[in-house]
Each structure stands twice: as C-alpha cells, then as structure tokens.
Design a protein. Structure first.
Lengths: 184, 184
DNA sequence: ACCTGAACACCGTTCAAGT
DNA sequence: ACCTGAACACCGTTCAAGT
C-alpha cells in the first residue's frame, strides 16, 4: 500500500487512541507503517505538524457527522453540531482532547461554532449575542467531552448521555427565554 | 535553599508557564534548581507523578481562591467557584489546561464542583438534579478556560470577561427557572 | 545519608550514502 | 527520485561510585 499523508495521519490517530498521546513516536509510527522515518518526514514536516493534522482530521470528522445528521432530518443546527461533536469525542476521545487543547484547532472550532449559531432556533439575535451564545454552548460541549474523555471508564456511570442532554437543554432553553425577553 | 518537594513543584509550574508543557524536562528542572536529577527522583517518583502534583497544586489554588473570595462577602458559592477557577486559569493557563486534561485531577475537579452545588442559589433541588447542574456549570467553565488558554493572545478580544459572565449568567438563570418550575 | 557523573534505552530530526 | 542506516543532540530513569 502506498504511503500517503492521509495514511500517516490515519495510522497516527489509531495509535493515539490505542495508547496515550505520549505513546506516539515517529519511530513507532514508521514501523507500524512498514517504512523508515525519512519517508514520514518527506510527507509531514514535523511531529508537531502531524498532531495538527490529527486535530484537523477530528474537526472535519465532526463537520462531516453533523452534515450527515442534518440531512437525515432532525433538530436545529446547534443541537446537531453539539451532538456530532460529542459522538466524535466518544469515538476518538484522546484525539478530541488533543484537538481541544491545540491552538491550531481552536480557531477552526470557534469558526464552526459561530457558523452554526447563524441559524439559532429562536433567531432574532443580533450578531453579537448569537456569537456569544455559540461560544457558550461550545464551551459547554468541549468541557463535557473533556470530562468524559478524562474520567476512568469505571468512574463514569451509564448516564453520561442524559447528563449531556440535560445541560444542553438547560442552555438551549435559556436561549429561547432570552430571545423572548429581547423580543418584548 | 533547601530542596523540598514543594519547591520542585513550584519551579515546575513556573517553567511550564514560561514555555510549553513539552518544554519541561527533568534535566532542565534540575539545572534550574541547581542540582542533579537524582535528588529530584528522591522526592518525586517520576515525571508523570510530578505533573500530577502540578495539577493538584492548581486545583488547591482554585479552592484557596474561592474560599478567600467567599469570606470577603459576595455571591453564591457556585458563582464564586466558577470565578476562582477562571482567575486561576488566567494566571496559570498552561498548568490549568494540564490539570483539566489529567485523569488524576478530573476526579478532584468533579468533587469540588459537586460540593459547591450543595448550596445552589434557588436550593430545593434533589441530589440528582443538583449534581447535574454542578456538572453542567463545571463543563461550561472548563470549556471556557480551555478556549481562553488555547487562543492566541492576539485572537482573543478584550471582552473575554463579559463573554464568560454572559454564559455563566445564562446557565444560572436557567437554573433558577428550573427550580421555580420544579416548585410549582 | 545524600550527592555526583556515567550509563541505558529511548526520543525527534537530519546526514551522507546507496539503488 | 526515493529509500536506508547511522548519527546528532536530546529525553526519562537508574546505576555504581564517591564524600
């Protein structure tokens, strides 16, 4: 199989999820891919840049998932994005934590959050308020995922989903409340 | 000056804030402290354990700050804790991100959040709901801090504080709403 | 008892050769 | 043009000696 940058990133993601982020070394990655380290450095300038690519891949997976769920009917865009984020966080917890704490992904994250905020349920918010709402929800979602990902599997009960929904509903309800106050 | 574990942890915190978390090496830490690496390993079993101590120090700094603000009058405990968290996150951004993404600190975090939730403003919640509220707020706070810490200083406007308050108020207001619904 | 320098097995990254 | 093995300057951690 040909050695492409996508394959390198994909294998890196697998290795990160299998072990720890710290467990990823360029040498092991190379041996997993069946090559030396030099071909890696031909396709990716550094380990740091590779981790940025991993973070970007996670972000685009979130977008992809959200678009998919959106098409199959369903909820408003904010809720859809929140859930897509959470689903991906469930599937790739370590890479998602990585993405959340990486400066490179932080900008993209914010942009996609504010994009989704363009179509808030109650609408009628000015740009400033809707941006703030988006950031508040994004902060909640990121914090929830981080907690999920960091807790030992034993420590977290089976009611993680309900917890997430509870807080999300709380925020969304507060938003609706806010819009009706603004309207009157 | 004597080499104590506290001094080791304190210097580690300084170095992490000065550079990157990755920039902390046991060798550099030793030379900063004016000793060899062996004395370090006599006081701290490993680098990983040292990072756990750093995370714990950040957590207890949050508690200390919260207690202090609480004594000088002021708001309800949830809001006080949230702000203490945020203040410490402002002062030690890199260490706070470290703490938030470390399993060892994650438990302590949750405990202190649920402790504060014992005295929620509207009160009258059963244990299950108040725990959920605490976790929701904690998730929001952690997410906000992570965003603050990861964004380039240039990218974040001067209105970070207002943003934080906005989201916090949104959640707290939603809680009051919820309690009055429950009461009726 | 507490420190030192040297060593071990690893890193990320780059070099000079090989085909 | 693309790969290899060896090298460089680092790691975390532990060793056998020194005082």
């Amino acid at each position: 199989m040909q050695l492409t940058r996508n394959r390198i990133v994909g294998t890196a993601i697998e290795m990160i999820e299998r072990g720890d982020v710290a467990a990823l070394s360029m040498r092991e990655l190379a041996s997993e891919l069946g090559c030396g380290v030099v071909p890696l450095y031909d396709r990716v300038p550094s380990k740091d840049a590779l981790l940025d690519r991993v973070a970007a891949a996670v972000m685009s997976e979130i977008d992809r998932t959200a678009r998919q769920e959106q098409e199959s009917g369903g909820h408003d865009r904010v809720r859809t994005l929140a859930k897509a984020f959470r689903d991906v966080g469930r599937t790739y917890p370590r890479c998602t934590v990585l993405a959340a704490s990486r400066q490179s992904a932080s900008g993209a994250l914010q942009a996609s959050g504010e994009g989704a905020a363009g179509v808030l349920p109650g609408a009628g918010f000015d740009g400033r308020v809707s941006g703030r709402l988006a950031r508040a929800i994004l902060a909640y979602v990121v914090g929830s995922i981080l907690r999920d990902a960091c807790l030992t599997p034993g420590l977290r009960g089976g009611e993680d989903d309900e917890d997430f929904e509870f807080g999300l509903d709380l925020l969304l309800r507060a938003m609706v409340e806010l819009s009706s106050v603004q309207a009157s």
